[in-house]
Design a protein around this ligand. Sequence first.
Ligand code: ADP
Length: 686
Amino acid sequence: MNFSEPGLFQTIFEQLPEPRILLRTDSPVFTIVFTNASHKRATNTSDVTGKSLWEVFDPNALGGDGPAIIKEALDTVIHTSRPMKIPGFLYSRTDEQGNITEQNWWELEYSPVLCPAGTVIYILGTAYNVTREFSRQGIIDDALLQAKVLLREQALNIELSELNGDLANANEELNKLNDRLTHSREFLAKMNEKLEESVLSRTRSLAESEARFRNLFEQAPLGLALLRGPDLVIELANQSILKIWGRSLEEVIGKTQRESRPELEGQPIIANLEKVYASGNSLTLNESKAFTLKEGIRTEGYFDMLYQPFYDSEGKTNSILVVLTDVSEKVGARKAAEKTQEALKLALAAGGLGTWKANLMTNQMSASERTRTICGIPEGTFMNPEHAFDMISDEHKDRIKLAIQHAIHSKASFIEDYSLEPLDGTAQRWVNIMGCAEYDDEGKPLNYSGTIMDITERKLDDIRKNDFISMVSHELKTPLTSLKGYAQLATARLSELDNQFIGYALEKINQQATKMTDMVNSFLDISRLEASQIHLEPSIFSLNELILETLNEVILTAGGHQFYFHPCPAVEVMADCDKIGQVLTNLFSNAIKYSAQGTRIEIYCTPENGSVKVMVKDQGIGIRHEDLAKLFTRFYRIENDQTRNISGFGLGLYLSAEILHRHKGRIWVESDPGKGSAFYFSIPLT
Ligand code: ADP
């Protein structure tokens, strides 16, 4: 059977017992699509298809609220897609003249016919005859009332359902809102999480930075303390400040300065802190003296102090940071240096010493007052090293120049005596100058500084003494010469007489007279030397011959020493023969004097690069290391058990050195105590 066949559907519809009507949903027209036979019978109508419901059923004929109730019911079906019932509806059938022929109560039911999309496209109306149930008027009225109430309820229901729809919408909105809220909440939760994380990390970094700060505070080399409130309660104190205070942490924390550090009594420290607290201004004190505890003892010290106030939100002081640096050592060292400086000044003043400094980079010179007085430099006169050099007397200029150059070159100190012509035109003055240079890292001299002493008086005394020696020597020399002459004559004559003892005695007189003559000569040499009167008389001679001659003379006084001479290969020198002979005599005599009888004395002569070197080597008592450098100074003699009985004036080596110096040669010694000495000198060949 094919249900989609229109004929079939129509036949079924046609034969249904209840009156049925199919309406279009074209409210308010409600076109009739179809009515079945039962409907046609009940309504006394024939073909009404295509007509409006109201055209077929006259609203006026329906009477009362009927049409309005039906229309409302139909509209409700359209809107709600749900069936509606009108429980009691009176419908009168009339004849052609309009007379009521039949009156029936119908219960009308309108059901929606839905398209597949769910929209109401038709309304199927079914009428059930309930006349029997509505036979009595009361029932009818009740039914009417009930119908009205039902309709109202249904209308209310519709409103409610609309409201419900609104509510559903609102609910949807709410749900959406809720969703959004949930999202927001989730977002907020995430934000919160992040915030918590960042707060946590902030807290952590704050804690770290606080720990760092604490560490810094704790380990700062400066003494640090934080004093809180007007009573200056010690809130924080680091190790350095506790060390300065000489107190432990427990002794001071949470206590006022006054109660925890009674040693401050009588010191201005608390008053200063109170002033800072009251004024809100910081206070800095440098090298301020204060008494603190050191190992429990009240000790004086010097401190750099800083009191830095901190303020609350209203700008009022609420705490003070104390920063202390112990500068006691620095101040102590400076004070000691000042004392030393003062002592040095006093010593310089007592010794009559002046000081000077030549800056070799700027070529400027500074001089103390005493130096200016000695050199007659008028106040305000500009000085440079050349000016100072110009003051030196002409006869000393070359020597001093050489000596300064040598000292700078060999980085040695420079000690020289010389005379100078004071700038203020006063009489010539003798000075003793000592100086040494300061060098940079590359060994370049930066400045030269030292002392100057006026030795004019001493020098004049020396000159007078030398004059005296020279005079005495002269006076002695004449009788000595004639004594020697007579002794020699007597010796010569005596040999004829062959008187052995007298001969021996005269020989001794002769030897002693020679010794005395040598001595007098050396005195004379000294005085001449010091008066710069030694004049060299250079000549060309054979050094080998001079050595042999001198040796022969000296051997006479020797006591059985063994002499070995190793001559040089025929060397001729240009020098003062007598003076070099004097040097040789001195070295040979010393070798004899300071070594035992029978020991070897060796003389070597060797040429070497443009000069000739002579060595006199003995196996004698030797010389201690510390004496070596001083041997060549005037009157220097080594005093010990071995030398006590050996006569001498300590002049021989001094004179030798001076003679060689004037020949541009040099003299030196190598020696081991107990093993012997080797004296060397060298002179240029030309
Ligand atoms: P002196 O007249 O006292 O010998 P010198 O100037 O010649 O004076 O010598 C100075 C000092 O050097 C001597 O007193 C002596 O102590 C020491 N001296 C010199 N030559 C020798 C030497 N060959 N061996 C040991 N000591 C020596």
